[in-house]
Design a protein around this ligand. Structure first.
Ligand code: NAP
Length: 292
């Protein structure tokens, strides 16, 4: 029987990953590992760890595992590493890709909305402003949020991840570079602000997309509704309704008042599910099929 190991079982993503893997209907064994555990030979290792830990562990374990699925950002932009959202680019996984990266949560929501439109519209520019939940920052941030007087309580903080010399944050550049890689549009322009808000779970994004021709709003809604795990809601939908759901929801679609080549809309999705553990589980399912 194949074995799938979750490394970082005590974290936000590790815990959700266990619940997600338990949904897979094929026979396989789940093993879990915390900070001080030795990792024995296993078929698939899912690293639910921060960048420095994934950086250290991946080369250490690669000789004793067949595949590594890494949830951190450590290897996402390495040319030999596929960055995979199974609804969008499962073809990126080949027999020569023993390490597969799962994307940044905010990027995942954005590209889920763009991928179904790509065959019909040539995007020239994408802008988004994110409203990112506390759970996206890991369990320490969530514990801090639950402490009275937390800075994040009733607040929005326009700084996520480290600030770079060019004034952008690492989180913002993930939105640019990871979107290009997943959508396979190397010259896509993505302008963004990423903001942490005092919401416990579910990220949201206000998005503006400019294309090289007029958008047909009815076609856009149809394309979204025909795409797996994506739904256009005619009424306003917020993190409160979306938490715990597998679907990425979009609402408030409208055409720009002056430029018909531009649309605006709002996305909400569970960052711990489609933005992390569900996407990881979907990658594991693809890998289990290959191992069968
Ligand atoms: N949260 C999200 O929405 C989200 C979305 C997409 C991607 N990600 C990425 O997923 C990864 C995990 O995020 P998270 O939110 O789950 O963070 P987290 O809650 O801080 O969990 C990280 C876990 O890693 C464990 N750990 C540290 N060193 C370890 C080691 N040597 N061996 C095994 N486990 C070790 C920690 O153990 P202790 O409990 O002992 O400290 C902790 O339980 C990060 O790279 C993050 O960027 C997160």
């Amino acid at each position: 029987m194949h074995t799938v190991g979750i490394i970082g079982i005590n974290g936000m993503v590790g815990q959700k990953m266990k619940a997600e893997l338990q949904k897979i209907k094929k026979p396989f064994e789940i093993k879990t590992f915390g900070r001080n555990d030795q990792i024995p030979p296993i078929d698939i290792a899912v690293l639910c760890t921060d960048d420095p830990i994934s950086r250290k562990l991946a080369p250490e374990i690669k000789g004793r595992v067949k595949f590594i699925v890494d949830m951190s950002s450590e290897f996402r932009m390495a040319p030999e590493v596929p960055l995979v959202i199974p609804e969008i680019n499962p073809h990126a996984i080949t027999t020569n890709t023993p390490l597969i990266a799962s994307p940044n949560c905010t990027t995942t929501g954005l590209v889920m909305s763009l991928a179904p439109l790509k065959p019909f519209y040539h995007f020239t520019e994408v802008f988004f402003c994110s409203y990112q939940a506390i759970s996206g920052g890991g369990k320490k941030l969530l514990d801090d949020f639950h402490t009275p007087g937390s800075y994040y309580e009733k607040n929005c903080v326009p700084l996520i991840g480290s600030l770079l010399e060019n004034g952008h944050t690492r989180e913002e550049l993930k939105g640019l570079y990871e979107s290009r890689k997943i959508l396979e549009i190397p010259d896509l322009k993505v302008y963004c602000h990423t903001v942490r808000v005092g919401v416990e779970n579910c990220h949201s994004l206000g998005v503006t997309v400019k294309a090289s021709k007029n958008f047909d709003l009815e076609q856009v809604k149809k394309l979204w509704n025909n795409f797996p795990h994506l739904h256009y809601s005619p009424s306003v939908i917020t993190p409160k309704e979306v938490s715990g759901q597998e679907t990425t929801f979009i609402c408030r679609l409208r055409q720009d008042v002056e430029d018909k080549n531009v649309i605006h809309y709002f996305i909400t999705f569970d960052n711990l599910l489609k933005g992390a553990a569900m996407n990881g589980r979907q990658i594991v399912e693809l890998l289990l099929e290959r191992l069968a």
